[in-house]
Design a protein around this ligand. Structure first.
Ligand SMILES: Cc1cc2nc3c(=O)[nH]c(=O)nc-3n(C[C@H](O)[C@H](O)[C@H](O)COP(=O)(O)O)c2cc1C
Length: 408
């Protein structure tokens, strides 16, 4: 039997701005929930990142929330003010210690900001609505002033990312975060210039954020800086449509008009996301979402396929309709996936988790608190592995963990 040829995964790729990456893999965002309660980076975050410094040439971090009202994960990191730069620089240093490009993900959870709701009793979104998730609550509409503030907070977050030494930022418009909430007709029923009356209006909030970040990159003269984009290309509930793939492609085209975006990572909640098919009626119904998106942006914007990639074969399969592949769950338990594949040790690739390996893998003892169920949504890791993580997540203590505070 001849060995399968995985060479396509090891061809270098050049991003539109000229930055070269040695192969087609990227570490994708996964919140370990191991920062401090105020969102400061801890030694656990740094050790976890360092252990994955050789995992892939592009390394996109966990969601970092850009203001108090956008916090989803209780122990997620934050980039909301300058106090965070010191710890973030330690994190960037660890991620990039073997030459990878470290990209920090900038997020605002809007109406689903679970921890904000817990702490402040309130969430904001495009439109005032009564919601059931994460628990029954009323989410309030953002005023023009609040919109301007959030746009500015994104821009300032990008400035901090540059100062902390990151090679780039990723603006997440995916997985029902705030920019997506503005683009979706499910969550946006405004009557002003940000409303759902036209694609231009629905796109306006995302366009303003992206343009503001581009402005900061130019002001800071951040050479080779990577502005990445994460998006969920279609939103459908039964026969109701929040937006179609074609509309979202047009949205991303509008973002490309205002910023030099270097990649588009396709992401969504669910199983085997990279194989999702277009659900809305129309010429593309039934085709692979990734194929439709990849075709639209071919030669203009590298596409990263994510979701459900759990083996060399699925990575190769996903690359059919993408330029790169992004793995989240796999790198938790198998940080050496790419290296093993590159050196022909394919049989050594193992995504299961033996509790004895936790130290070597630098998985924080209190990792994934309240988050293990997210692994079940994708089901990419074996069930036993998820159960081991669940048991670990139940035994939590923040005691004795070094927090990177700037005490100067
Ligand atoms: C515990 C957990 C935390 C996650 N945290 C983030 C995050 O911070 N930002 C993000 O964009 N996606 C996050 N995701 C989603 C993943 O990036 C990814 O889309 C999903 O796990 C599917 O990819 P996979 O099959 O490679 O795991 C998270 C997923 C899990 C399971």
């Amino acid at each position: 039997m001849t060995a399968k040829n995985y060479d396509a995964l090891f061809e270098p790729i050049t991003l539109p701005n000229g930055v070269q990456l040695d192969n087609r893999f990227s570490v994708n965002p996964i919140t370990t929930n191991s920062s401090s309660r105020e969102g400061l980076i801890t030694e656990e975050d740094v050790n976890y990142a360092k252990r994955r410094a050789k995992s892939a040439p592009l390394h996109i971090t966990t969601a970092a929330y850009i203001e108090d009202y956008g916090q989803l994960f209780e122990y997620g990191p934050s980039i909301r003010d300058d106090r965070h730069i010191y710890g973030l620089s330690k994190w960037a240093e660890a991620i990039q210690s073997e030459g990878s490009k470290g990209i920090i993900q900038l997020t605002h959870a809007g109406r689903f900001a679970r921890t904000t709701l817990q702490d402040y009793g309130i969430t904001y979104g495009p439109t005032e609505m009564d919601l059931q998730t994460p628990e029954p609550h009323r989410s309030y509409a953002m005023s023009q002033r609040k919109i301007d503030h959030v746009v500015e907070q994104y821009a300032e977050a990008a400035r901090r990312a540059i100062r902390a030494g990151f090679a780039g930022v990723e603006i997440s418009n995916a997985q029902r975060l705030l920019p997506q909430q503005f683009f979706s007709t499910f969550s946006n029923q405004r009557t002003d210039k940000y409303g759902p009356q036209s694609i231009e209006n629905r796109a306006r909030f995302g366009v303003e954020i992206t343009a503001a970040i581009q402005r900061v990159v130019e002001e800071e003269q951040a050479k080779d800086f990577i502005i990445g984009f994460r998006g969920t290309p279609e939103e459908v509930r039964g026969d109701q449509i929040g937006y179609t793939v074609e509309e979202f492609n047009e949205y991303v085209d509008r973002l490309l008009d205002v910023a030099d975006i270097q990649y588009y990572a396709i992401a969504s909640w669910g199983k085997n996301v990279y194989q999702n098919k277009v659900r809305a009626e129309g010429a593309n119904q039934g085709r692979f979402v990734n194929e439709v998106v990849h075709e639209h942006f071919k030669g203009r914007l590298p596409i990263i396929a994510t979701g459900g990639i759990d083996s060399p074969d699925t990575a190769l399969d996903a690359l059919q309709h993408a330029d790169m592949v992004g793995l989240s769950s796999v790198f938790v338990t198998e940080p050496d996936f790419v290296n093993k594949l590159a050196t022909g040790r394919i049989d050594d690739i193992d995504t299961s988790l033996n509790p004895k390996q936790v130290e070597d893998l630098a998985i924080p003892q209190r990792a994934f608190k309240d988050l293990v169920d997210f692994f079940d949504l994708g089901g990419t890791l074996p069930e036993e592995t998820r159960d081991t993580l669940r048991q670990m997540a139940d035994q939590k203590s923040l005691a004795d963990v070094k927090i990177y505070r700037d005490d100067r």
